[in-house]
Design a protein around this ligand. Structure first.
Ligand code: DP6
Length: 327
């Protein structure tokens, strides 16, 4: 039994992938079939407090004040308990400052914050890489939210997942970008990412092409970031997004995450570009549109997206820092 504090609070920020992750090479360890590159967002975050309480019968999970089924979390917490050699169940209290489960990457910030808070509460001091490997087992995209700024997730080759982690590519302040999130719905999405990706190799004829081109896209994005080439970064991220949604549409049964406002916002972004504003969209497994731009153009992008019918809110974000403790 290790001795340390039995409670800790951590904050982790959401991220959006510029080169997308979709598909798993192993679902037990949650190993991605492809690598991914993301930016961490400072406006969307999760705060999580974990307390290990002796005598508690089962893990108690509260998200935004509402008790949640502990099933998805107990297995995750068990890995930490095993590593720390403790048996106490946990009380987890978590708050998102944005709608949960609506394609705003709550699982990314959520599992990154949980990985940090729970390991610290268990008396473990993991390295960022170890935290990333742990967070990945909660949600693939969470591995990237351990880091701030620009991060790359490696698919890895090993069966045990020890080489499937994210790494920082560039700090947030080395190349500031903004993201305007056009929120078009606040209800939970119909098919979550994990379900959407299940047995994808059997369910989409496009899957091999998706996996086969991933390395080329990642290399191009790495280069765009290294060169601070915004037009290239934007074009590549829009392409990766549309390719992902092509794959989703090709899945049996077809996954349609867009609503009418999603499509209208995509056209609004392209219209802005035709008018000379450097802005590019990306969309995850939900109906929200994230418009990536340079800070000088953010006001104009917000104003244009607010005008789109069906857009409820256009929330601006800069690039966020790494996950950190709050207490
Ligand atoms: C479309 O990380 O939510 O946002 O690993 O099953 O929890 P699980 O999936 P998740 O998938 C994210 C998919 C995506 C693209 C991305 O973030 O790279």
């Amino acid at each position: 039994m290790r001795h340390g504090p039995n409670a800790a609070t951590a904050r982790a920020y959401s991220n959006i992938a510029l080169i997308k992750y979709w598909g798993k090479r192993d679902s037990a360890l949650n190993l991605p079939a492809v690598g991914s590159i993301s930016i961490t967002l400072d406006a969307l975050y999760t705060d999580t407090r974990v307390t290990f309480v002796s005598g508690l019968e089962q893990d108690k999970i509260e998200i935004g004040g509402r008790t949640t089924d502990p099933a998805r979390f107990t297995g995750f917490l068990d890995r930490i308990r095993q590593h720390a050699d403790i048996t106490a169940r946990a009380r987890v209290e978590s708050w998102n400052n944005f709608p949960t489960g609506a394609g705003l990457a709550s699982s990314a910030s959520g599992f990154a914050a949980l990985a940090l808070a729970a390991t610290q509460a268990a008396g473990l001091n993991l390295s960022p890489r170890e935290l990333s490997i742990l967070a990945r087992q909660g949600s693939g995209s969470a591995a990237r939210s351990i880091f701030g700024g620009y991060a790359e997730m490696h698919r890895g080759e090993r069966d045990d997942g020890t080489d499937a982690f994210a790494e920082p590519l560039l700090d947030a302040d080395a190349w500031p970008l903004d993201v305007v999130v056009a929120i078009t719905a606040t209800t939970s999405k119909s098919v979550n990412s994990t379900t959407g990706m299940q047995d994808l190799d059997q369910r989409s004829d496009y899957y091999d092409a998706w996996v086969g081109h991933a390395e080329t896209d990642l290399a191009a994005m790495r280069e765009a970031i290294e060169d601070r080439d915004f037009a290239r970064l934007g074009a590549l991220s829009e392409m990766s997004c549309l390719k992902l949604h092509g794959l989703m549409l090709s899945t049996r049964p077809g996954l349609i995450y867009w609503n009418a406002a999603t499509v209208a916002a995509m056209h609004a972004v392209r219209q802005l570009r035709a008018d000379g504003v450097g802005v590019y969209f990306t969309i995850d497994a939900g109906p929200q549109v994230k418009a990536v731009c340079q800070p000088a153009d953010t006001d104009r992008v917000v104003a244009a997206l607010e005008q789109v019918p069906g857009v409820l809110e256009a929330r601006r974000s800069g690039l966020g820092p790494a996950a950190h403790r709050l207490d």
